[in-house]
Design a protein around this ligand. Structure first.
Ligand SMILES: [Zn+2]
Length: 403
């Protein structure tokens, strides 16, 4: 089977994960693909194929030569809950430039998808514009298993190769229950990035804040001097935050405070923010900006805590975990170049399972899948990426036979 065939098969499974779920994995339908992947791994001849309680699927190619470090390859099987991942209708088309009509009335063009300029002349796998595609991260699974098949067929010298396909990455639970000891790898790579050649070992430090505005609701006819409208108070608070520190005004290493959800009434309002920066000190500054704004609002209400802020740290930048192992980056760069792809190392404006794994003690940079526009209906992947990445992964694994 080719990585393309594998990919088209996997996206026929709806594996959307869910926020605030009590189950593990967060949606049980992920296990349906998990079972399928286990079957496939066994057919390929992988050893120790298993599923843990969280639905994570593992398998391995045992070392055929001693003294080579064990390397892991990691992807995730769930899809984002931003857009439906059910009944995906993938279509392969040859792209010659210009807008693409995905379905009658649904057009993808470079105003929404500037990356189209980078893939002129390529065969693309697109959606019908009503669902996401699921290249994030089923392309990663297809590329890893295709690489595994080639490695097994070639039987060149290699160390142990661990494979992990996780559930619930998109809802931040991808490494839940991940047994690093059983995985038994010294290093690993997630295959969960974007455009072919992307290589990442820096991600955001992340925190979230729940802001509660305690209002006082009274009949509007007799409200003078008594009512405290939580909505009005919230708009004042939000207006105190820096306008240029938002996702839509930042890029590269610039951090942000992002308002993601507001709900409430005159009596009480809750607002949720996420705070992100690659620099831990700067993330603390962002937290302080929010706390200062709340304090400024509270000072208007003689001593009453009208606004309360609860901040939680989420994940951290993996850079400090990778820096002692920069050979991981050099090997990946060399493997890309060997396959005619110029690597681009860039900071992730988000998080990855690799960051969590790195802090658990398994240094784990992130590699491209080759896909674009993840989490949306314009998600697509060039067919070429599904051909190049398995070769790249194979060369990467073989590179560990050398110092
Ligand atoms: Zn992903």
């Amino acid at each position: 089977m080719s990585a393309l065939d594998r990919f088209l098969h996997y996206v026929s499974f709806d594996t959307q994960s869910a926020e605030n779920s009590e189950t593990s994995p967060s949606t049980l339908k992920q296990k349906v693909l998990g079972e399928e992947l286990m079957k496939e791994m066994e057919q390929l001849g992988l050893k120790n194929v298993r599923m843990d309680e969280s639905g994570n699927v593992f398998g391995e190619i045992p070392a055929n030569t001693e003294g080579i470090p064990a390397v892991g390859l990691v992807a995730h099987m769930d899809t984002s809950n931003a857009v439906s991942g059910k009944d995906i209708k993938p279509r392969i088309l040859h792209y010659e430039g210009g807008p693409i009509e995905l379905s009658p009335g649904i057009v993808m063009d470079r105003s929404a998808v500037p990356e189209l300029d980078r893939v002129i002349g390529e065969d693309l796998i697109v959606t019908d514009g009503t669902t996401l595609l699921g290249a994030d991260d089923k392309a990663g699974i297809a590329e890893i298993l295709e690489a595994a098949e080639q490695i097994l067929a070639e039987n060149r010298a290699h160390g142990k190769i661990g494979i992990a396909i996780c559930t619930d990455e998109e809802v931040g639970r991808g490494t839940e229950g991940f047994d690093l000891k059983q995985f038994g790898c010294e290093y690993a790579y997630t295959v969960d990035g974007g455009a072919l050649g992307e290589l990442e070992y820096e991600n955001f430090n992340a925190a979230s804040a729940e802001v509660t505005v305690h209002g006082r609701s009274v009949h509007p006819g007799t409200a003078k001097g008594v009512m405290r409208n939580a909505g009005t108070i919230f708009t004042k608070l939000h207006s105190l935050l820096p306008e240029d520190k938002t996702p839509e005004r930042t890029e590269g290493y610039e951090g942000f405070i992002h308002l993601i959800h507001v709900a409430g009434s005159v009596q009480e309002l809750k607002a949720f923010y996420i705070l992100r920066d690659h620099d831990l000190g700067k993330l603390e500054e962002l937290k302080q900006i929010l706390l200062d704004a709340a304090a400024q609002i509270n000072s208007l209400f003689d001593g009453d805590e009208v606004v309360s802020v609860a901040i939680r740290d989420n994940y951290r930048n993996m850079r400090e975990c990778i820096e002692p192992h920069m050979h991981l980056i050099r090997r990946a760069e060399a493997a890309f170049r060997k396959n005619g792809v110029e690597p681009v190392t860039q900071p992730i404006r988000g998080g990855t399972d690799g960051a969590a794994l790195s802090y658990m003690g398994l240094p784990c940079p992130n590699l491209s899948t080759g896909g674009y526009q993840f989490h949306g209906v314009f998600e697509f992947i060039p067919v070429r990426a599904l051909q190049v990445m398995p070769e790249m992964l194979r060369d990467l694994v073989y590179s560990f036979t050398e110092e």
